[in-house]
Design a protein. Structure first.
Lengths: 273, 306
C-alpha cells in the first residue's frame, strides 16, 4: 500500500488543527457579529449567548452598505473584464507566435508590477484631481485594470501555452481570421484558464485597499473603505464592527470557496507542470 | 556532410516560406496592452521625478519653484527614511520566511490522506479572501486587544500575563496579521506543486527508510523549488506595498516603529501636503523596488519556461 492511499492520522490531525487555527479569526468575527456590544467585549468571552440581529439592522440603517457593495462589484468586475479583453490578444500573440522579444516583454510586464504604487501615488492623485476623476468608479476601474494587467497576461499566456499550436494553425488554414481563431477556437478550449484568471483578478481588486483608500472619499468608495471607516476610535463597537466585516467579506469569501479549485490552477503561473 | 546539408535545407525553406496557417502580425495584438502599461509606468514615473525636484505644497501656493536636490537632501537628513526602508525590508523578509516555511510544511501535511481534507483545505485558504482592512481590524480588536481580546484571555488563563501587542511588539503584530493573510497563498501554490510529485519517488524514499521528516526535507522541498520561487516573487511584489494593515492598526506608530516606505510617502503627501518631499521618497521607493525586481526577475526568468 502506498503512502498516498493510506490514511495518515498524525498528519491529518496536525492539518486539521492548523486549519481550525487559521480559520478561527473569521469564525470568531462571525460569532461576535451576533452578540450584543456588552457580550462582545466580555472577558472571559461569552461562548453561549442568544444571537441578535440588531448589529446587522443598525448597519443597514446607519451606513449605505448596498452602495459600497455595488461599488465593489462594479469596480472589481469591470476592471477584470477590461483587463482580460486587453490581455487575451497579447497573450495569444505571445503564446502562439513568439518572437525574440516575447520573453523580454513578459518579464518587463511583470517588472512594472513591482513599481510600488506609492511611488506614483502623487502624480496619479493630482492627475485624477485635475481631470475630475477623484472619487469616481472610473478612476478605480482604470487603476485596477492596469494594476492587474501584467498578472492577467502572464496567467493567460501560461494557459494558452498548454493548448496545442496545431489547433490554432489548422483553424488559420481553414481560413479563419485572427479574431475568429481567438473567439471560436481558442477561447472555448481555455475557458477554465480564463475563469481562474478572472477569479484571481476579482479577488485582488475586491480586496485592494491602497488606491481605494487614497482615491475615493464617498461616492465611489468600495467595501474596503467602508470597513476602514470603522477604524476610527469611537469606542468599542466590536459587535457592529464584526457585523460590518462579515458583510464586507461574505460575498468574496463564498465566491472564493465555490471557485477554489479553479483558482488553484491559475495561481501557479506555469511553475508547476 | 550531406546529412547536415539535408537537415538545414528544410529548416531554411520553412523560414523563407510563409508558414502553413499564415503568420500573424503580432504588433496590433500585443500593442494595446504594452502601450497602456508603458504609459502607466513611465508617465507617472516621469512626473514623480519632476515633482521631486520642485517645491510643491498642495495647500500653500507660496511654496513653489525649482528645488534642485533639496527635497532629497531634506529626505536623507530625516532618520525616518532609513528606518522606513528597514521596516519595509524586514516586513517582507519576515512574512516571506513565515509563509514559505509553514506553507511548505502544511502542503506536505495536506498531501496525506485524512477524513475531511477538502473542508480543512477550504478553511485553511479562507484568510486569502479576507480584505486587508477587515483582517487588520479583527486582529487588532477582537484578538489582540490587551484587555478584551481573545489572545489576552488565553494568555491570562495560562498565567502568562497580557501582551500589549501594538505597544510592545508593533512590527511583530503587523507581521502576524500579514502572514496570516498570505500563508494560504503560499500553501495553495506549494500544495499544487507537491501534487505533481510522482508516487515512485515517494515509494523509493520510503523503501530506503526515509521517515516523514527526511522525505519532506530531501524529496518534497527540492521538488517545490520552482513553486517557492513563484511564491517569493509574487509575495514580494505585494508585500513591498503593504499599506492598509498599517493604516488601520498602528498608523505607522508608535512613533515610527511600523512606518514602512509606503506609509511614509502617504504621510508626506496626503497628510503633510508636501508633494516635493513625498515624490522624492517615491523615487527612493521605485529605486528600491527596481533593485529587488532586477534580482527577482532574473532568478524567476531562469526558472520559468517561457
Amino acid at each position: 500500500m502506498s503512502a498516498r492511499t493510506r490514511v495518515q492520522p498524525v498528519a491529518g490531525t496536525l492539518a486539521w488543527l492548523a486549519s481550525l487555527l487559521m480559520f478561527f479569526p473569521i469564525f470568531w468575527m462571525f460569532l461576535t457579529s451576533f452578540k450584543t456590544e456588552v457580550e462582545a467585549i466580555a472577558t472571559p468571552p461569552e461562548l453561549v449567548f442568544w444571537p441578535t440581529f440588531e448589529n446587522y439592522r443598525d448597519i443597514f440603517q446607519r451606513a449605505d452598505y448596498v452602495a459600497f457593495a455595488i461599488n465593489s462589484v462594479i469596480v472589481s468586475f469591470g476592471s477584470t473584464v477590461i483587463a482580460i479583453l486587453l490581455a487575451v490578444p497579447a497573450a495569444f500573440a505571445m503564446a502562439f507566435y513568439p518572437t525574440e522579444r516575447t520573453r523580454g516583454t513578459l518579464l518587463w510586464m511583470l517588472s512594472t508590477k513591482m513599481l510600488p504604487p506609492v511611488g506614483v501615488l502623487v502624480p496619479i492623485y493630482l492627475f485624477a484631481r485635475d481631470v475630475d476623476l477623484l472619487d469616481t468608479r472610473t478612476a478605480l476601474v482604470i487603476m485596477y485594470t492596469l494594476m492587474n494587467l501584467p498578472i492577467v497576461v502572464w496567467m493567460l499566456f501560461t494557459f494558452f501555452k498548454e493548448t496545442p499550436k496545431a489547433i490554432i494553425e489548422a483553424s488559420r488554414i481553414d481560413g479563419a481570421n485572427v479574431g475568429q481563431t481567438i473567439f471560436l477556437v481558442l477561447l472555448p478550449l481555455v475557458m477554465p484558464g480564463i475563469a481562474s484568471t478572472a477569479l484571481l483578478n476579482i479577488i485582488l481588486s475586491w480586496n485592494e485597499a491602497f488606491w481605494s483608500l487614497n482615491l475615493t472619499a464617498h461616492n465611489a468608495a468600495p467595501l474596503t473603505a467602508f470597513i476602514a471607516s470603522f477604524s476610527a476610535p469611537e469606542g468599542l463597537f466590536w459587535a457592529k464592527l464584526s457585523a460590518a466585516s462579515t458583510l464586507a467579506i461574505a460575498p468574496i469569501l463564498v465566491f472564493g470557496w465555490i471557485s477554489q479549485r479553479q483558482l488553484v490552477r491559475g495561481l501557479t503561473f506555469g511553475a508547476v507542470k | 556532410m550531406s546529412t547536415a546539408a539535408a537537415a538545414t535545407v528544410p529548416a531554411g525553406t520553412r523560414k523563407g516560406r510563409p508558414r502553413a496557417g499564415g503568420q500573424v502580425s503580432t504588433l496590433p495584438l500585443v500593442g494595446p496592452a504594452v502601450v497602456l502599461l508603458l504609459i502607466f509606468s513611465l508617465v507617472p514615473l516621469a512626473a514623480t521625478l519632476y515633482f521631486s525636484v520642485i517645491r510643491y505644497n498642495l495647500v500653500n501656493p507660496l511654496i513653489h519653484g525649482f528645488a534642485g536636490l533639496s527635497n532629497y537632501r531634506f529626505l536623507f537628513a530625516d532618520p525616518a527614511l532609513l528606518y522606513s526602508l528597514f521596516v519595509s525590508v524586514l516586513l517582507v523578509l519576515e512574512v516571506l520566511a513565515i509563509t514559505v516555511i509553514f506553507g511548505a510544511i502544511l502542503a506536505s501535511l495536506f498531501e496525506a490522506r485524512f477524513p475531511g481534507r477538502g473542508i480543512a483545505r477550504v478553511l485553511m485558504i479562507s484568510p486569502f479572501f479576507v480584505m486587508p482592512t477587515v483582517s487588520a481590524l479583527i486582529w487588532k480588536n477582537l484578538l489582540m486587544h490587551p484587555v478584551n481580546g481573545f489572545i489576552a484571555w488565553i494568555t491570562r488563563g495560562l498565567g502568562l500575563g497580557v501582551i500589549d501587542f501594538f505597544t510592545d511588539l508593533p512590527l511583530t503584530s503587523v507581521v502576524i496579521i500579514v502572514a496570516w493573510q498570505w500563508l494560504p497563498f503560499a500553501f495553495l501554490i506549494l500544495l499544487t506543486a507537491l501534487q505533481s510529485l510522482d508516487e515512485e519517488t515517494r515509494e523509493a524514499a520510503s523503501i530506503d527508510g526515509a521517515g516523514p521528516v527526511r522525505t519532506f526535507l530531501f524529496i518534497e522541498v527540492p521538488h517545490m523549488g520552482r513553486a517557492i520561487s513563484v511564491v517569493v516573487m509574487m509575495e514580494t511584489i505585494f508585500l513591498l506595498g503593504i499599506f492598509a494593515e498599517i493604516y488601520v492598526t498602528t498608523s505607522g506608530g508608535p512613533g515610527i516603529a511600523t512606518t514602512n516606505l509606503t506609509f511614509l510617502i502617504y504621510q508626506r503627501a496626503l497628510l503633510a501636503f508636501n508633494v516635493g518631499g513625498a515624490s522624492a521618497a517615491g523615487v527612493i521607493a521605485i529605486i528600491l523596488a527596481n533593485i529587488l525586481a532586477a534580482f527577482l526577475v532574473r532568478a524567476i526568468g531562469k526558472r520559468l519556461e517561457i
